[in-house]
Design a protein around this ligand. Structure first.
Ligand SMILES: Nc1ncnc2c1ncn2[C@@H]1O[C@H](COP(=O)(O)O)[C@@H](OP(=O)(O)O)[C@H]1O
Ligand SMILES: [Mg+2]
Ligand SMILES: [Mg+2]
Ligand SMILES: [Mg+2]
Length: 368
């Protein structure tokens, strides 16, 4: 077992032991649920986050940005997916993975230049040397169809690719789904301020939640395994709430969110942020509501865009649903085909938010 994983598991046991000892009625220390999965997922997300940050520092230049050249993000996407999948394969060889990327663009003569870059990147990030075929094989372990039975992982190697290229928010997101329900989620946010009230302070947050055990944040790449609990805000009056949404208006309607904010009496401007960092913002009380309002009615949300964030908000005491108020259904394959849009919010304002979302979308249908 890698030293990082052993340290995470030790820290987990001592956290639990501390909790148990302070509980007057506790007789024994419960063995942490999914302890190995949690530690391996943290290790994998940390390594993949390093890959992304290294690519950003080396490849994202003013030139790539102005030319809208997507090659850096492509290299980082493939590299991060190969690293996470290789680590999962080593520890859980029987677990299938629903990953966003596949190796098509890296194969053959046309893919050689990109393939060489990705293979070098992966070999700098993992302990064993991997051949090009092994790297492509690791990426393609992400082709699983998902579904309602058994266990599988879901991975978004870089969520918020547009944010990554702008040097803003992006996230490496990994979740474990068992029998159609998310049981564990890890979101690595390399550019998220550790303390939201200090936006120019230290960056790099890792959020983690296991079903029934609460949500925690820790420093990404921290020298210690110190974790602090995350709780959603206690705001009860929607007029005092703040909300967040995608930067990209093609991913979530900014016009509809402005109407919803109007109905709720929210006067603060929305915080626009790429990636599942929005779920982390709600989980730690920096925002009260995350709105994702369908733009293209036929779009099916992908499970890797929501699984980890979903459990993190739930475990931090919040609620998550689609725009109709129905729970997100992670048992239907690679997409959330039974749901449209997403609303995540602290418990105090969730019902009001859903009511305003329903009314706004109903009004829109009537006037269409
Ligand atoms: N029409 C659409 N509606 C909603 N989400 C979309 C979309 N087209 C793409 N996306 C997803 O939006 C994600 C980014 O979300 P956000 O806007 O919250 O940062 C993308 O993830 P990737 O960046 O991993 O490709 C992509 O999967
Ligand atoms: Mg994504
Ligand atoms: Mg992605
Ligand atoms: Mg994508």
């Amino acid at each position: 077992m890698a030293p990082g994983i052993a340290a995470c598991m030790r820290a987990r046991r001592s956290y639990r032991a501390g909790t148990a000892l302070t509980a007057a009625m506790a007789h024994s220390v419960r063995v942490a649920h999914l302890a190995k999965e949690r530690a391996v997922a943290i290790e994998a997300v940390e390594r993949a986050s390093r890959v992304c940050t290294a690519v950003f520092q080396r490849l994202v230049t003013e030139e790539t940005l102005t030319k809208k050249d997507k090659s850096p993000v492509t290299v980082a996407d493939f590299g991060a997916q190969a690293v996470v999948n290789a680590i999962l394969e080593r520890h859980f060889p029987d677990d299938p993975i629903v990953g966003e990327e596949d190796s098509k663009d890296l194969r053959g003569e046309d893919g050689r230049a990109l393939r060489d870059k990705v293979v070098d990147l992966v070999n700098a990030a993992v302990d064993q040397t991997m051949s090009a075929d092994e790297v492509l094989g690791a990426i393609d372990r992400g082709q699983y169809a998902g579904g309602a039975t058994g266990r599988h992982w879901t991975l978004d190697p870089i969520d918020g690719t547009k944010g990554f290229l702008r040097g803003e928010q992006f996230a490496v997101c990994l979740a474990l789904i068992v029998d159609g329900k998310v049981r564990l989620g890890v979101v690595g946010c390399p550019n998220l301020p550790v303390d939201a009230s200090q936006p120019l302070g230290d960056r790099g947050v890792l959020a983690v939640a296991v079903e029934g055990e609460g949500a925690f944040q820790r420093r990404l790449h921290a020298p210690s395994d110190l974790e602090t609990p995350m709780r959603v805000s206690a705001v009860a009056d929607p007029r005092d709430a703040s909300f967040c949404e995608s930067v990209e208006s093609g991913h979530s309607s900014h016009g509809d969110s402005a109407k919803i904010a109007g109905l709720l009496g929210i006067h603060r401007e929305s915080a626009r942020m790429d990636s599942q960092c929005k779920y982390v913002a709600v989980a730690r009380g920096n925002a009260d509501i995350y709105l994702r309002l369908p733009v293209d009615g036929s779009y099916e949300e992908k499970i890797w865009d929501h699984a980890a964030g979903n459990i993190i908000v739930h475990e931090a005491g919040g609620r998550v649903s689609d725009v109709s108020g129905a729970a997100l259904d992670f048992s239907a394959g690679r997409t959330l085909k039974h749901n449209k849009g997403v609303v995540a919010a602290s418990g105090g304002v969730f019902d009001a938010a859903i009511a305003a979302v329903k009314q706004t979308l109903a009004d829109k249908l009537q006037t269409a």
